[in-house]
Ligand binder design. Structure first.
Ligand code: UDX
Length: 461
């Protein structure tokens, strides 16, 4: 789009892969539409800019860096924190440095069209943007349905639903948010539940006071939730996903040895025979659960590709808690890796099901490839996503974490792979078609992207 030539957007991602990756994808989409994009990123989990030569990167440092071991965001310090405490700390440590960096960028000469900040940064970024007279658009990297649940937190709290989450009414319907059950409410175990409510509230209020919210979702997938959000938020909303399927010019991917070996292994498997198991970039499990997963995968007698990220199993380095000889006994029937190129794996014809924690990116990626899911959500939005996958879109089976022993795992995998899960494969294929259509020339996401471009360009006036 010629009219956006030279217009500059500043983006401020949250430094976790599940948030950073979609922001970078959005940057690619906007760059493709003629914008120049600067990514202001935290020194915590700093990215590798060489992978994105079309974007400009600037590091924001916090004030305690390099002060002789006092860095509260060092690996050794943050590994002790739960996710809620880590987010609280990130928001606190980077608030002022972000304000300064934004002011420096805006004062640097070129006109800045707008700031796009991750919704979790909340109102911090609003004040900073207002100070320098730049409009702020929010990117919500999760789905619309889970955001509806977050927006309902004050009401649900008043009605005592969160107390029920510890009680015996876990299977009760949340009448304000069907089809969610009490056990699906998007909370996380934390030492500081009050802080969780503050972070969620700040995210929702920050979206309401923004100049628009961008969603990595599409209308045919979450139409009703998007309609609810439209009236709840009262700001323009732009569902333009799935981001990773937009056609943009990407630099060639660098493949490491593990990725090559994985592709070679997948190439040798029968069509749709492999269970791909991965629990994203943040979730951690106990050693006991890890062993049940290992035996369940093995006993299912299906070929499997299993991502065991270092740090996935609490208190261990990697695979050392597996029984002696376990890996050798699996032979070529299963493959365990530290990380996979998930987009490539899900698109591989050998993959028949995805056993997932239902992070939003994983959910969308699976939908886009028509791969049915086995759902083991761990926390927050994953719980909502799983309910929608199983009950609304009906493209997955639930395997609850609390019921996850080796027998149940074997049963669910066989159900999904061998008994073909009761029409699940056909529905997955149909949903994949819808995901493709929304990005066609007249598809909803393409049109919403046009509207987004027009919207942000109008800020210049
Ligand atoms: C987090 C939250 O857990 C999730 O609920 C929220 O929606 C986003 O932030 P994460 O746990 O990382 O995300 O899961 P997910 O959203 O699925 O993102 C993981 C990303 O890492 C996906 O894009 C996936 O393709 C990628 N990935 C994961 C790989 O490329 N290789 C792997 O081996 C595992």
């Amino acid at each position: 789009m010629e009219e956006s030539k030279g217009s500059r957007i500043i983006m401020f991602p949250l430094p976790f892969p599940g948030h950073f990756n979609p922001m970078i994808q959005l940057a690619g989409i906007m760059h493709h539409r003629g914008f120049s994009v600067t990514i202001l990123h935290t020194s915590y989990n700093s990215p590798d800019p060489s992978r994105h030569p079309h974007l400009t990167f600037r590091t924001i440092r916090h004030n305690n860096e390099g002060e002789g071991g006092d860095d509260p965001l060092s690996q050794s310090e943050t590994s002790r924190l739960d996710l809620v405490s880590l987010i609280r700390l990130l928001k606190q440590m980077y608030a002022e440095p972000f304000r300064e960096s934004l002011a420096a960028e805006v004062g640097g000469g070129d006109t800045v069209c707008c700031l796009v900040s991750d919704a979790i940064w909340g109102k911090n970024t609003e004040d900073a943007a207002e100070e320098v007279g730049v409009r702020r658009v929010v990117l919500r990297t999760g789905g619309a349905a889970s955001f509806c649940a977050f927006a309902a937190f004050p009401l649900l709290r008043d009605k005592g639903y969160f107390r029920n989450k510890q009680g015996s009414r876990l299977d009760d319907l949340v009448i304000e948010l069907p089809p969610l059950k009490v056990k699906d409410l998007p909370v996380i175990e934390t030492n500081d539940p009050e802080e969780l409510y503050r972070i969620i509230n700040d995210m929702v209020e920050g979206a309401k006071s923004s100049s628009g919210v961008i969603w990595n979702t599409f209308e045919d997938l979450e139409r009703l939730s998007l309609m609810d959000l439209n009236s709840e938020l009262q700001v323009p909303i732009f569902p333009i996903g799935p981001f990773h399927k937009h056609s943009v010019d990407l630099p060639p991917k660098t493949k490491n040895k593990e990725v090559y070996e994985t592709t070679n292994w997948l190439d040798k498997q029968d069509p749709k025979s492999v269970v791909y198991a991965s629990f994203g970039s943040l979730a951690a499990i106990e050693e006991k659960e890890f062993l049940e997963i290992a035996w369940g995968l093995r006993n299912s007698e299906q070929p499997f590709l299993w991502v065991v990220r270092p740090g996935l199993v609490r208190g261990t380095e990697w695979l050392e808690s597996l029984p002696c000889g376990f890996v050798e006994n699996i032979g070529s029937k299963g493959k365990i890796v530290k990380w996979a190129d998930q987009l490539e794996v899900l698109a591989h014809p050998g993959v028949g099901a995805f056993w997932t924690h239902c992070g939003w990116n994983s959910t969308l990626e699976s939908i886009c490839e028509g791969v049915p899911m086995i759902c083991t959500p761990c926390f927050t939005d994953q719980l909502v996503n799983a309910r929608y996958i199983v009950d609304v879109w009906q493209v997955g089976m639930m395997l609850e974490r609390s019921k996850m022993d080796r027998k149940e795992i074997e049963k669910v995998i066989k159900g999904a792979m061998i008994e073909e899960g009761d029409g699940m494969k056909e529905r997955s294929f149909a949903l994949k078609e819808k995901a493709n259509l929304c990005l066609s020339k007249d598809g909803s996401s393409s049109k919403n992207l046009d509207k987004l471009v027009t919207h942000v360009l109008s800020f210049d006036n």
